[in-house]
Design a protein around this ligand. Structure first.
Ligand SMILES: *[C@@H]1O[C@H](CO)[C@@H](O)[C@H](O)[C@H]1NC(C)=O
Ligand SMILES: *[C@@H]1O[C@H](CO)[C@@H](O)[C@H](O)[C@H]1NC(C)=O
Ligand SMILES: *[C@@H]1O[C@H](CO)[C@@H](O)[C@H](O)[C@H]1NC(C)=O
Length: 551
Protein backbone atom coordinates (compact mmCIF):
# COMPACT_ATOMS: atom_id res chain seq x y z
CA UNK A 1 0.00 0.00 0.00
CA UNK A 2 2.98 2.26 0.53
CA UNK A 3 3.56 2.06 -3.23
CA UNK A 4 0.04 3.38 -3.78
CA UNK A 5 0.71 6.17 -1.31
CA UNK A 6 3.63 7.20 -3.44
CA UNK A 7 1.72 7.18 -6.69
CA UNK A 8 -1.53 8.62 -5.51
CA UNK A 9 -1.87 11.90 -3.67
CA UNK A 10 -4.26 12.42 -0.82
CA UNK A 11 -6.17 15.13 -2.76
CA UNK A 12 -7.44 12.46 -5.10
CA UNK A 13 -9.29 10.93 -2.17
CA UNK A 14 -10.95 14.11 -0.96
CA UNK A 15 -14.69 14.70 -1.36
CA UNK A 16 -15.17 18.06 -3.11
CA UNK A 17 -18.16 18.82 -0.89
CA UNK A 18 -16.82 18.15 2.63
CA UNK A 19 -13.15 18.49 1.63
CA UNK A 20 -12.36 15.49 3.81
CA UNK A 21 -11.16 12.00 2.87
CA UNK A 22 -14.07 10.04 1.37
CA UNK A 23 -16.45 8.27 3.70
CA UNK A 24 -18.56 5.67 1.83
CA UNK A 25 -17.56 7.10 -1.60
CA UNK A 26 -20.09 6.87 -4.47
CA UNK A 27 -19.69 7.72 -8.20
CA UNK A 28 -22.15 9.77 -10.24
CA UNK A 29 -22.99 8.69 -13.86
CA UNK A 30 -20.72 11.55 -15.00
CA UNK A 31 -17.79 9.85 -13.22
CA UNK A 32 -17.28 12.13 -10.23
CA UNK A 33 -16.91 10.84 -6.66
CA UNK A 34 -18.41 12.16 -3.42
CA UNK A 35 -19.16 10.88 0.07
CA UNK A 36 -22.55 9.20 -0.04
CA UNK A 37 -23.95 11.44 2.70
CA UNK A 38 -22.52 14.59 1.11
CA UNK A 39 -24.05 14.13 -2.35
CA UNK A 40 -27.35 12.86 -0.91
CA UNK A 41 -27.68 15.88 1.30
CA UNK A 42 -26.65 18.15 -1.59
CA UNK A 43 -29.45 16.78 -3.74
CA UNK A 44 -31.88 16.90 -0.82
CA UNK A 45 -31.48 20.63 -0.44
CA UNK A 46 -31.28 21.52 -4.17
CA UNK A 47 -34.39 21.27 -6.35
CA UNK A 48 -32.44 20.17 -9.41
CA UNK A 49 -30.34 17.02 -9.51
CA UNK A 50 -26.99 18.18 -10.87
CA UNK A 51 -23.32 17.11 -10.48
CA UNK A 52 -21.60 19.68 -8.24
CA UNK A 53 -18.37 19.23 -10.24
CA UNK A 54 -19.36 19.28 -13.95
CA UNK A 55 -22.92 20.62 -13.56
CA UNK A 56 -24.42 17.78 -15.62
CA UNK A 57 -28.19 17.45 -15.09
CA UNK A 58 -29.85 14.17 -14.27
CA UNK A 59 -33.54 13.80 -14.95
CA UNK A 60 -33.79 11.30 -12.18
CA UNK A 61 -31.73 11.05 -9.02
CA UNK A 62 -29.11 8.37 -9.94
CA UNK A 63 -28.95 5.28 -7.81
CA UNK A 64 -25.71 5.42 -5.83
CA UNK A 65 -23.65 2.47 -4.67
CA UNK A 66 -20.55 2.61 -2.54
CA UNK A 67 -17.40 2.18 -4.60
CA UNK A 68 -15.53 -0.42 -2.54
CA UNK A 69 -12.20 0.18 -4.19
CA UNK A 70 -12.13 3.91 -3.56
CA UNK A 71 -13.55 3.20 -0.12
CA UNK A 72 -10.59 0.99 0.77
CA UNK A 73 -8.08 3.43 -0.67
CA UNK A 74 -9.69 6.28 1.29
CA UNK A 75 -9.52 4.24 4.49
CA UNK A 76 -5.81 3.73 3.94
CA UNK A 77 -5.29 7.42 3.37
CA UNK A 78 -7.26 8.30 6.49
CA UNK A 79 -5.14 5.92 8.50
CA UNK A 80 -1.88 7.28 7.13
CA UNK A 81 -2.96 10.87 7.66
CA UNK A 82 -3.95 10.02 11.23
CA UNK A 83 -0.58 8.41 11.78
CA UNK A 84 1.01 11.59 10.49
CA UNK A 85 -1.15 13.61 12.78
CA UNK A 86 -0.34 11.34 15.68
CA UNK A 87 3.35 11.89 15.15
CA UNK A 88 2.71 15.64 15.53
CA UNK A 89 3.29 17.45 18.79
CA UNK A 90 -0.26 17.21 20.13
CA UNK A 91 0.34 13.50 20.73
CA UNK A 92 2.15 13.75 24.00
CA UNK A 93 3.19 11.35 26.72
CA UNK A 94 0.80 11.47 29.65
CA UNK A 95 2.26 13.70 32.36
CA UNK A 96 1.50 13.05 36.02
CA UNK A 97 -2.06 14.12 36.69
CA UNK A 98 -3.10 13.49 33.09
CA UNK A 99 -5.10 10.47 32.02
CA UNK A 100 -2.97 7.96 30.04
CA UNK A 101 -4.16 5.92 27.08
CA UNK A 102 -5.19 2.41 28.20
CA UNK A 103 -4.13 0.81 24.92
CA UNK A 104 -0.61 2.20 24.43
CA UNK A 105 2.07 -0.31 25.35
CA UNK A 106 5.39 1.03 26.54
CA UNK A 107 5.20 4.83 26.73
CA UNK A 108 1.60 5.71 27.43
CA UNK A 109 0.35 8.72 25.49
CA UNK A 110 -2.05 11.28 26.85
CA UNK A 111 -5.68 10.17 26.38
CA UNK A 112 -7.94 12.41 24.30
CA UNK A 113 -11.23 10.77 25.23
CA UNK A 114 -12.61 8.11 27.54
CA UNK A 115 -15.31 5.76 26.30
CA UNK A 116 -18.12 5.16 28.76
CA UNK A 117 -19.06 1.93 27.05
CA UNK A 118 -15.62 0.37 26.70
CA UNK A 119 -14.53 1.85 30.05
CA UNK A 120 -11.17 2.75 28.52
CA UNK A 121 -9.30 5.94 27.66
CA UNK A 122 -7.70 6.44 24.26
CA UNK A 123 -4.95 8.52 22.73
CA UNK A 124 -5.57 10.03 19.31
CA UNK A 125 -4.31 6.97 17.46
CA UNK A 126 -6.26 4.46 19.52
CA UNK A 127 -9.39 6.56 19.42
CA UNK A 128 -9.56 6.27 15.64
CA UNK A 129 -11.73 3.10 15.47
CA UNK A 130 -14.36 4.91 17.55
CA UNK A 131 -14.51 7.59 14.87
CA UNK A 132 -14.64 5.19 11.98
CA UNK A 133 -16.35 1.91 12.81
CA UNK A 134 -20.13 2.23 12.82
CA UNK A 135 -20.63 0.00 15.86
CA UNK A 136 -18.14 2.05 17.90
CA UNK A 137 -19.38 5.46 16.69
CA UNK A 138 -22.44 5.19 18.92
CA UNK A 139 -20.29 4.86 22.06
CA UNK A 140 -20.47 7.80 24.39
CA UNK A 141 -17.12 9.59 24.53
CA UNK A 142 -16.25 12.08 27.21
CA UNK A 143 -13.21 14.14 28.13
CA UNK A 144 -10.62 11.76 29.57
CA UNK A 145 -11.25 10.61 33.13
CA UNK A 146 -9.44 8.38 35.59
CA UNK A 147 -11.09 5.57 37.48
CA UNK A 148 -13.49 4.35 34.88
CA UNK A 149 -14.10 1.34 37.14
CA UNK A 150 -15.83 3.73 39.51
CA UNK A 151 -18.40 4.22 36.79
CA UNK A 152 -19.25 0.52 36.88
CA UNK A 153 -21.80 -1.06 39.15
CA UNK A 154 -19.78 -3.18 41.58
CA UNK A 155 -22.61 -5.63 41.98
CA UNK A 156 -23.52 -6.20 38.34
CA UNK A 157 -20.33 -5.05 36.59
CA UNK A 158 -22.42 -2.94 34.25
CA UNK A 159 -22.09 0.81 33.55
CA UNK A 160 -23.92 3.07 35.98
CA UNK A 161 -26.34 4.59 33.50
CA UNK A 162 -29.33 5.50 35.66
CA UNK A 163 -30.06 7.54 38.74
CA UNK A 164 -32.44 6.51 41.47
CA UNK A 165 -33.96 9.76 42.77
CA UNK A 166 -35.55 7.97 45.72
CA UNK A 167 -32.21 6.74 47.10
CA UNK A 168 -30.16 9.54 45.51
CA UNK A 169 -27.65 7.10 43.96
CA UNK A 170 -26.36 6.00 40.58
CA UNK A 171 -27.51 2.56 39.48
CA UNK A 172 -27.06 0.24 36.50
CA UNK A 173 -29.79 -1.29 34.37
CA UNK A 174 -29.72 -4.49 36.41
CA UNK A 175 -30.01 -2.61 39.69
CA UNK A 176 -33.51 -1.45 38.81
CA UNK A 177 -34.92 -4.70 40.19
CA UNK A 178 -33.61 -3.60 43.63
CA UNK A 179 -35.22 -0.19 43.18
CA UNK A 180 -38.75 -1.25 42.25
CA UNK A 181 -41.29 1.58 42.24
CA UNK A 182 -38.44 4.05 42.79
CA UNK A 183 -38.18 7.21 40.72
CA UNK A 184 -35.42 6.21 38.29
CA UNK A 185 -34.22 8.53 35.53
CA UNK A 186 -31.38 8.48 32.97
CA UNK A 187 -28.11 9.92 34.30
CA UNK A 188 -28.37 12.74 31.76
CA UNK A 189 -31.72 13.90 33.09
CA UNK A 190 -30.53 13.97 36.69
CA UNK A 191 -27.32 15.59 35.46
CA UNK A 192 -29.27 18.44 33.84
CA UNK A 193 -31.26 18.95 37.01
CA UNK A 194 -28.26 18.88 39.29
CA UNK A 195 -26.36 21.11 36.88
CA UNK A 196 -29.14 23.70 37.07
CA UNK A 197 -29.01 23.37 40.86
CA UNK A 198 -25.26 23.87 40.73
CA UNK A 199 -25.88 27.07 38.81
CA UNK A 200 -28.20 28.21 41.56
CA UNK A 201 -25.75 27.10 44.25
CA UNK A 202 -23.00 28.98 42.49
CA UNK A 203 -25.15 32.11 42.33
CA UNK A 204 -25.76 31.74 46.07
CA UNK A 205 -22.05 31.24 46.74
CA UNK A 206 -21.26 34.32 44.65
CA UNK A 207 -23.79 36.24 46.68
CA UNK A 208 -22.24 34.99 49.92
CA UNK A 209 -18.78 35.97 48.68
CA UNK A 210 -20.13 39.41 47.78
CA UNK A 211 -21.76 39.79 51.19
CA UNK A 212 -18.51 38.86 52.89
CA UNK A 213 -16.58 41.36 50.81
CA UNK A 214 -19.06 44.04 51.84
CA UNK A 215 -18.61 42.91 55.46
CA UNK A 216 -14.84 43.27 55.15
CA UNK A 217 -15.36 46.83 53.91
CA UNK A 218 -17.69 47.49 56.83
CA UNK A 219 -15.19 46.09 59.33
CA UNK A 220 -12.33 48.06 57.81
CA UNK A 221 -14.42 51.21 57.99
CA UNK A 222 -15.29 50.54 61.63
CA UNK A 223 -11.66 49.87 62.47
CA UNK A 224 -10.78 53.15 60.78
CA UNK A 225 -13.32 55.05 62.87
CA UNK A 226 -12.18 53.20 65.95
CA UNK A 227 -8.57 54.18 65.24
CA UNK A 228 -9.60 57.82 64.80
CA UNK A 229 -11.45 57.66 68.12
CA UNK A 230 -8.43 56.15 69.83
CA UNK A 231 -6.09 58.77 68.38
CA UNK A 232 -8.41 61.60 69.41
CA UNK A 233 -8.76 60.13 72.90
CA UNK A 234 -4.99 59.80 73.24
CA UNK A 235 -4.48 63.40 72.08
CA UNK A 236 -7.08 64.61 74.58
CA UNK A 237 -5.65 62.64 77.48
CA UNK A 238 -2.11 63.79 76.64
CA UNK A 239 -3.36 67.38 76.69
CA UNK A 240 -5.13 66.94 80.04
CA UNK A 241 -2.31 65.00 81.70
CA UNK A 242 0.34 67.40 80.41
CA UNK A 243 -1.60 70.27 81.96
CA UNK A 244 -1.96 68.35 85.22
CA UNK A 245 1.71 67.42 85.32
CA UNK A 246 2.62 71.01 84.62
CA UNK A 247 0.52 72.20 87.54
CA UNK A 248 2.05 69.53 89.77
CA UNK A 249 5.53 70.64 88.75
CA UNK A 250 4.57 74.28 89.17
CA UNK A 251 3.16 73.53 92.64
CA UNK A 252 6.35 71.76 93.62
CA UNK A 253 8.56 74.56 92.27
CA UNK A 254 6.51 77.17 94.09
CA UNK A 255 6.72 75.23 97.34
CA UNK A 256 10.51 74.87 97.04
CA UNK A 257 10.83 78.58 96.19
CA UNK A 258 8.81 79.52 99.24
CA UNK A 259 10.92 77.33 101.56
CA UNK A 260 14.17 78.62 100.12
CA UNK A 261 12.94 82.22 100.35
CA UNK A 262 12.19 81.71 104.04
CA UNK A 263 15.63 80.21 104.66
CA UNK A 264 17.27 83.10 102.82
CA UNK A 265 15.46 85.61 105.02
CA UNK A 266 16.65 83.75 108.14
CA UNK A 267 20.22 83.69 106.86
CA UNK A 268 20.08 87.39 106.00
CA UNK A 269 18.81 88.21 109.47
CA UNK A 270 21.53 86.07 111.11
CA UNK A 271 24.19 87.73 108.95
CA UNK A 272 22.92 91.14 110.13
CA UNK A 273 23.10 90.11 113.79
CA UNK A 274 26.59 88.64 113.42
CA UNK A 275 27.81 91.78 111.63
CA UNK A 276 26.36 93.97 114.38
CA UNK A 277 27.90 91.77 117.08
CA UNK A 278 31.31 91.89 115.43
CA UNK A 279 31.10 95.68 115.20
CA UNK A 280 30.31 95.81 118.92
CA UNK A 281 33.25 93.45 119.62
CA UNK A 282 35.67 95.74 117.68
CA UNK A 283 34.31 98.74 119.56
CA UNK A 284 34.77 96.92 122.88
CA UNK A 285 38.31 95.82 121.97
CA UNK A 286 39.20 99.41 121.06
CA UNK A 287 37.83 100.53 124.47
CA UNK A 288 39.80 97.74 126.17
CA UNK A 289 43.12 98.91 124.68
CA UNK A 290 42.34 102.52 125.70
CA UNK A 291 41.69 101.34 129.25
CA UNK A 292 44.92 99.31 129.17
CA UNK A 293 46.96 102.33 127.96
CA UNK A 294 45.40 104.58 130.57
CA UNK A 295 46.21 102.12 133.33
CA UNK A 296 49.94 102.50 132.50
CA UNK A 297 50.01 106.32 132.47
CA UNK A 298 51.96 108.33 135.12
CA UNK A 299 50.15 111.55 134.08
CA UNK A 300 47.83 112.23 137.00
CA UNK A 301 45.89 114.93 135.27
CA UNK A 302 45.39 112.98 132.07
CA UNK A 303 44.08 109.89 133.92
CA UNK A 304 41.66 111.88 135.97
CA UNK A 305 40.35 113.82 132.95
CA UNK A 306 39.89 110.72 130.75
CA UNK A 307 38.58 108.33 133.39
CA UNK A 308 34.90 109.46 133.34
CA UNK A 309 34.49 108.70 129.59
CA UNK A 310 36.10 105.25 129.92
CA UNK A 311 34.51 104.13 133.15
CA UNK A 312 31.03 104.07 131.58
CA UNK A 313 30.65 100.94 129.34
CA UNK A 314 30.19 101.78 125.66
CA UNK A 315 26.66 101.94 124.34
CA UNK A 316 25.80 98.44 123.15
CA UNK A 317 22.68 96.44 122.33
CA UNK A 318 21.06 94.20 124.98
CA UNK A 319 21.28 90.79 123.09
CA UNK A 320 19.56 88.68 125.72
CA UNK A 321 16.27 88.39 123.86
CA UNK A 322 17.75 88.36 120.36
CA UNK A 323 17.32 85.02 118.58
CA UNK A 324 17.29 83.64 115.05
CA UNK A 325 14.15 81.55 114.72
CA UNK A 326 14.18 78.24 112.88
CA UNK A 327 11.57 78.48 110.12
CA UNK A 328 8.50 76.39 110.54
CA UNK A 329 7.11 74.55 107.48
CA UNK A 330 4.19 72.84 109.18
CA UNK A 331 1.34 72.46 106.67
CA UNK A 332 3.16 73.96 103.71
CA UNK A 333 3.12 70.75 101.64
CA UNK A 334 -0.50 70.14 102.54
CA UNK A 335 -1.40 73.67 101.47
CA UNK A 336 0.41 73.18 98.14
CA UNK A 337 -1.32 69.83 97.56
CA UNK A 338 -4.68 71.39 98.49
CA UNK A 339 -4.09 73.95 95.78
CA UNK A 340 -3.38 71.11 93.35
CA UNK A 341 -6.57 69.45 94.47
CA UNK A 342 -8.47 72.57 93.57
CA UNK A 343 -6.86 72.69 90.14
CA UNK A 344 -7.64 69.01 89.74
CA UNK A 345 -11.28 69.39 90.67
CA UNK A 346 -11.61 72.33 88.26
CA UNK A 347 -10.15 70.11 85.55
CA UNK A 348 -12.46 67.30 86.67
CA UNK A 349 -15.44 69.58 86.30
CA UNK A 350 -14.39 70.55 82.78
CA UNK A 351 -13.92 66.88 81.91
CA UNK A 352 -17.34 65.99 83.28
CA UNK A 353 -18.97 68.78 81.28
CA UNK A 354 -17.29 67.44 78.14
CA UNK A 355 -18.27 63.88 79.09
CA UNK A 356 -21.88 64.87 79.58
CA UNK A 357 -21.93 66.61 76.23
CA UNK A 358 -20.48 63.49 74.63
CA UNK A 359 -23.02 61.10 76.13
CA UNK A 360 -25.86 63.51 75.32
CA UNK A 361 -25.10 62.88 71.65
CA UNK A 362 -26.53 59.40 72.14
CA UNK A 363 -29.94 60.74 73.14
CA UNK A 364 -32.82 58.40 72.39
CA UNK A 365 -36.43 59.39 72.16
CA UNK A 366 -37.66 57.19 75.02
CA UNK A 367 -41.40 56.85 75.63
CA UNK A 368 -43.18 54.85 78.33
CA UNK A 369 -44.77 51.51 77.52
CA UNK A 370 -48.36 51.47 78.92
CA UNK A 371 -48.43 47.63 78.70
CA UNK A 372 -45.75 47.45 81.41
CA UNK A 373 -47.16 50.13 83.76
CA UNK A 374 -48.40 49.16 87.22
CA UNK A 375 -52.17 49.66 87.36
CA UNK A 376 -51.91 52.55 89.84
CA UNK A 377 -49.64 54.59 87.57
CA UNK A 378 -50.91 57.43 85.41
CA UNK A 379 -49.09 57.95 82.13
CA UNK A 380 -49.39 61.10 80.02
CA UNK A 381 -50.78 60.77 76.50
CA UNK A 382 -47.39 61.49 74.93
CA UNK A 383 -45.82 58.69 77.03
CA UNK A 384 -43.30 61.11 78.53
CA UNK A 385 -44.65 61.49 82.10
CA UNK A 386 -45.59 59.08 84.87
CA UNK A 387 -46.91 59.50 88.41
CA UNK A 388 -48.67 57.42 91.04
CA UNK A 389 -52.45 57.86 91.02
CA UNK A 390 -53.51 56.02 94.22
CA UNK A 391 -56.43 54.41 92.35
CA UNK A 392 -56.00 50.95 90.86
CA UNK A 393 -57.17 50.95 87.25
CA UNK A 394 -58.80 47.88 85.76
CA UNK A 395 -56.04 46.67 83.44
CA UNK A 396 -55.22 43.20 82.09
CA UNK A 397 -52.51 41.41 84.08
CA UNK A 398 -50.41 40.72 80.99
CA UNK A 399 -46.93 39.22 81.50
CA UNK A 400 -45.20 42.54 80.69
CA UNK A 401 -47.00 44.46 83.43
CA UNK A 402 -45.51 45.22 86.88
CA UNK A 403 -48.05 44.01 89.38
CA UNK A 404 -46.29 44.68 92.69
CA UNK A 405 -43.68 47.42 92.18
CA UNK A 406 -45.16 50.73 91.00
CA UNK A 407 -42.91 50.82 87.95
CA UNK A 408 -43.00 51.16 84.19
CA UNK A 409 -40.50 50.43 81.38
CA UNK A 410 -39.66 52.36 78.24
CA UNK A 411 -41.01 51.10 74.92
CA UNK A 412 -37.55 51.17 73.39
CA UNK A 413 -35.11 48.35 74.06
CA UNK A 414 -31.39 48.19 73.41
CA UNK A 415 -29.16 45.22 72.72
CA UNK A 416 -26.09 47.03 71.45
CA UNK A 417 -24.46 50.42 71.20
CA UNK A 418 -24.91 53.44 73.41
CA UNK A 419 -27.98 55.38 74.50
CA UNK A 420 -28.89 58.28 76.75
CA UNK A 421 -32.01 59.97 78.09
CA UNK A 422 -32.84 62.59 80.71
CA UNK A 423 -35.55 62.50 83.35
CA UNK A 424 -36.82 65.45 85.36
CA UNK A 425 -37.11 64.52 89.05
CA UNK A 426 -37.53 68.07 90.42
CA UNK A 427 -40.09 68.31 93.24
CA UNK A 428 -40.13 64.59 94.00
CA UNK A 429 -39.31 63.06 97.39
CA UNK A 430 -38.89 59.50 96.07
CA UNK A 431 -37.98 58.01 92.70
CA UNK A 432 -36.18 55.07 91.02
CA UNK A 433 -34.32 55.36 87.72
CA UNK A 434 -32.15 53.06 85.65
CA UNK A 435 -32.35 50.15 83.27
CA UNK A 436 -33.64 46.60 83.54
CA UNK A 437 -33.15 43.52 81.40
CA UNK A 438 -36.03 41.91 79.52
CA UNK A 439 -36.50 38.95 81.89
CA UNK A 440 -36.80 40.90 85.15
CA UNK A 441 -39.44 39.65 87.58
CA UNK A 442 -42.41 41.97 87.04
CA UNK A 443 -44.78 40.22 89.39
CA UNK A 444 -42.90 39.82 92.66
CA UNK A 445 -41.37 42.29 95.10
CA UNK A 446 -37.68 42.29 94.23
CA UNK A 447 -34.83 44.70 94.91
CA UNK A 448 -33.90 46.60 91.80
CA UNK A 449 -30.28 45.39 91.99
CA UNK A 450 -27.92 44.02 89.33
CA UNK A 451 -28.38 40.54 90.78
CA UNK A 452 -32.04 40.77 89.78
CA UNK A 453 -31.34 42.37 86.40
CA UNK A 454 -31.66 46.04 87.39
CA UNK A 455 -29.03 48.76 87.36
CA UNK A 456 -30.67 51.62 89.25
CA UNK A 457 -30.30 54.50 91.69
CA UNK A 458 -33.03 55.96 93.86
CA UNK A 459 -34.05 58.83 96.11
CA UNK A 460 -35.83 58.09 99.41
CA UNK A 461 -37.23 60.59 101.94
CA UNK A 462 -36.13 63.70 100.03
CA UNK A 463 -32.41 63.37 100.70
CA UNK A 464 -31.27 59.77 100.83
CA UNK A 465 -29.65 58.88 97.51
CA UNK A 466 -28.53 55.29 96.98
CA UNK A 467 -27.18 53.09 94.23
CA UNK A 468 -28.85 49.70 94.41
CA UNK A 469 -25.63 47.75 94.04
CA UNK A 470 -24.90 44.76 96.25
CA UNK A 471 -24.34 45.97 98.91
CA UNK A 472 -26.18 49.29 98.41
CA UNK A 473 -23.99 52.41 98.11
CA UNK A 474 -25.02 55.55 99.97
CA UNK A 475 -24.37 58.53 97.66
CA UNK A 476 -23.37 61.89 99.13
CA UNK A 477 -24.20 64.47 96.50
CA UNK A 478 -23.13 68.12 96.62
CA UNK A 479 -26.48 69.22 95.23
CA UNK A 480 -29.90 67.68 94.72
CA UNK A 481 -30.30 66.70 91.06
CA UNK A 482 -33.28 68.26 89.27
CA UNK A 483 -32.68 66.34 86.10
CA UNK A 484 -30.98 62.94 85.92
CA UNK A 485 -29.21 61.75 82.78
CA UNK A 486 -28.98 57.97 82.23
CA UNK A 487 -26.30 56.68 79.88
CA UNK A 488 -25.73 53.07 78.84
CA UNK A 489 -22.84 51.64 76.83
CA UNK A 490 -24.01 48.10 76.15
CA UNK A 491 -20.72 46.63 74.94
CA UNK A 492 -18.65 48.34 77.65
CA UNK A 493 -21.11 47.17 80.34
CA UNK A 494 -21.52 50.71 81.65
CA UNK A 495 -24.54 52.44 83.24
CA UNK A 496 -23.88 56.02 84.39
CA UNK A 497 -26.13 58.55 86.09
CA UNK A 498 -25.46 62.29 85.78
CA UNK A 499 -26.76 65.36 87.58
CA UNK A 500 -27.41 67.27 84.37
CA UNK A 501 -27.54 70.80 85.80
CA UNK A 502 -24.40 70.40 87.91
CA UNK A 503 -22.66 68.40 85.17
CA UNK A 504 -21.69 65.93 87.89
CA UNK A 505 -21.47 62.18 87.92
CA UNK A 506 -23.90 60.65 90.42
CA UNK A 507 -22.90 57.01 90.09
CA UNK A 508 -21.55 54.48 87.56
CA UNK A 509 -22.05 50.75 87.27
CA UNK A 510 -19.08 49.50 85.25
CA UNK A 511 -17.85 46.16 84.00
CA UNK A 512 -21.39 44.77 83.80
CA UNK A 513 -22.00 42.07 81.23
CA UNK A 514 -25.27 42.47 79.39
CA UNK A 515 -26.63 39.53 77.45
CA UNK A 516 -30.26 40.53 77.06
CA UNK A 517 -32.21 43.50 75.80
CA UNK A 518 -32.16 46.44 78.21
CA UNK A 519 -35.18 48.67 78.87
CA UNK A 520 -35.27 52.10 80.51
CA UNK A 521 -36.80 51.64 83.98
CA UNK A 522 -38.90 54.26 85.83
CA UNK A 523 -40.27 54.16 89.37
CA UNK A 524 -42.19 57.33 90.36
CA UNK A 525 -42.86 55.74 93.81
CA UNK A 526 -46.09 56.11 95.77
CA UNK A 527 -47.99 59.40 95.91
CA UNK A 528 -47.58 59.59 99.71
CA UNK A 529 -50.61 61.77 100.30
CA UNK A 530 -49.61 64.19 97.57
CA UNK A 531 -46.06 64.76 98.93
CA UNK A 532 -44.61 62.84 95.96
CA UNK A 533 -47.27 63.64 93.36
CA UNK A 534 -44.92 65.31 90.86
CA UNK A 535 -44.45 63.11 87.79
CA UNK A 536 -41.19 61.78 86.45
CA UNK A 537 -40.78 63.54 83.10
CA UNK A 538 -38.64 62.23 80.26
CA UNK A 539 -37.37 65.46 78.77
CA UNK A 540 -35.38 66.26 75.63
CA UNK A 541 -31.73 67.20 76.06
CA UNK A 542 -31.09 70.94 76.12
CA UNK A 543 -28.12 71.03 73.79
CA UNK A 544 -27.61 74.77 74.32
CA UNK A 545 -27.00 74.15 77.99
CA UNK A 546 -23.90 75.26 79.95
CA UNK A 547 -20.47 75.66 78.50
CA UNK A 548 -21.72 74.70 75.11
CA UNK A 549 -19.97 75.99 71.97
CA UNK A 550 -22.65 78.67 71.55
CA UNK A 551 -21.56 80.60 74.65
C1 LIG B 1 18.78 93.04 129.25
O1 LIG B 1 17.42 92.67 129.15
C2 LIG B 1 17.01 91.67 130.05
C3 LIG B 1 15.57 91.28 129.79
O2 LIG B 1 14.92 92.07 128.86
C4 LIG B 1 17.21 92.18 131.46
O3 LIG B 1 16.84 91.17 132.37
C5 LIG B 1 18.63 92.57 131.68
O4 LIG B 1 18.84 93.16 132.95
C6 LIG B 1 19.12 93.56 130.62
N1 LIG B 1 20.51 93.77 130.77
C7 LIG B 1 21.04 94.95 130.80
C8 LIG B 1 22.45 95.00 130.95
O5 LIG B 1 20.30 95.96 130.72
C1 LIG C 1 -40.52 60.87 69.98
O1 LIG C 1 -41.38 59.77 69.69
C2 LIG C 1 -42.75 60.12 69.69
C3 LIG C 1 -43.56 58.88 69.51
O2 LIG C 1 -42.82 57.83 69.00
C4 LIG C 1 -43.03 61.15 68.61
O3 LIG C 1 -44.37 61.52 68.64
C5 LIG C 1 -42.15 62.37 68.85
O4 LIG C 1 -42.30 63.31 67.81
C6 LIG C 1 -40.69 61.97 68.97
N1 LIG C 1 -39.92 63.12 69.35
C7 LIG C 1 -38.78 63.47 68.76
C8 LIG C 1 -38.10 64.66 69.30
O5 LIG C 1 -38.34 62.86 67.82
C1 LIG D 1 -31.55 75.52 77.62
O1 LIG D 1 -30.45 76.12 78.24
C2 LIG D 1 -30.31 77.50 78.02
C3 LIG D 1 -29.05 77.97 78.66
O2 LIG D 1 -28.98 77.67 80.01
C4 LIG D 1 -31.55 78.20 78.59
O3 LIG D 1 -31.47 79.57 78.35
C5 LIG D 1 -32.80 77.63 77.92
O4 LIG D 1 -33.95 78.17 78.50
C6 LIG D 1 -32.85 76.12 78.08
N1 LIG D 1 -33.94 75.57 77.30
C7 LIG D 1 -34.83 74.74 77.82
C8 LIG D 1 -35.87 74.25 76.88
O5 LIG D 1 -34.78 74.38 78.99
Amino acid sequence: MSAASCLLSEEQFLCSICLDVFTDPVSTPCGHNFCKTCITQHWDVNTQCQCPMCKEFFKQRPELRVNTFISEMAAQFRKSSQKKASSRSDQRCAKPGEVPCDVCTGTKLKALKSCLVCLASYCETHLEPHQRITGLKTHQLIDPVDNLEGRMCKKHDAPLQLFCKTDQMCVCLLCTSDHKSHDIVPLKEEYEGKKAELGKTDAEIQQMIQKRRVKIQEIKLSVGFSREDAEREIADSVRVFTALMQSVERGQAELIDMIEEKQKTTEKQADGFIKELQQEISELMRRSSEVEQLSHTEDHLHLLQTFPSLSVPPHTKNWTEVRVHRSSYVGSVRRAVAQLEETLSKEMKKLLEAELKTVQQFEMNVTLDPDTAHSKLILSDDGKQVKHGDVKKNLPDNPERFSTCVSVLGKQSFSSGRFYYEVRVKGKTDWDLGVGRETIDRKGRVTASPKNGYWTIWLRNKNCYEANASPPVRLSLKSQPQKVGVFVDYEEGLVSFYDVDAAALIYSYSGCSFTEKLYPYFGPCVNNGGKNSTPLIISPVNHTYKGSQIF
